[in-house]
Design a protein around this ligand. Structure first.
Ligand code: CA2
Length: 144
């Protein structure tokens, strides 16, 4: 089973600023944490980060036929991107939306996700464990 992890804008800055909101670990640290978790359940994972909306759309489109599931932290595009939502709907690959912080306890504009309705579910507020829970959720959904 192959799972694609997509990460949106500014997540490349993880571990360098705003540790109170997003933790001390870098995206590379989280990737290594997930790779170990995935190995234990014999799942292959690929990580990708981009600050560019269209690059994320391209990766979702290219996932068709190449990945069984997607775990996505669209970051700020969560709240703005009809293009990412449409891409998830178009490829029909089971997708879980994840967030490090709890978007429902923050500013009003963060409570709205344009992308979550295209996903099988949303996991929000568990720090790096949101990535692990996203992996478990998508693998469980695909395995049924
Ligand atoms: O909580 C999350 O995972 C978010 O997707 C993070 C996004 C934010 O726009 C969403 O509302 C919730 C922001 C990612 C920015 O990451 C940074 C990391 C370090 C320093 C600055 C930004």
């Amino acid at each position: 089973m192959k799972i694609l992890f997509l990460n949106g804008p500014n997540l490349n800055l993880l571990g360098t600023r705003e540790p109170d909101k997003y933790g001390n670990e870098t995206l590379f640290d989280i990737e290594n944490f997930i790779k170990k978790e995935a190995q234990n359940i014999e799942v292959e994972t690929v990580f990708f980060q981009s600050n560019i909306e269209g690059e994320l759309v391209n990766k979702i489109q290219e996932a068709k036929g190449n990945f069984d599931g997607i775990v996505i932290n669209p970051a700020a595009y969560t709240h703005t991107s009809v293009a990412i939502r449409d891409a998830i709907l178009a490829v029909q690959i089971p997708t879980v939306e994840i967030h490090l912080s709890n978007i429902h306890t923050r500013e009003e504009f963060r409570k709205i996700s344009l992308t979550a309705p295209a996903c099988i579910g949303q996991i929000t507020g568990f720090g790096k464990n949101s990535y692990k829970l996203g992996l478990i959720a998508v693998v469980d959904f695909i395995s049924k």
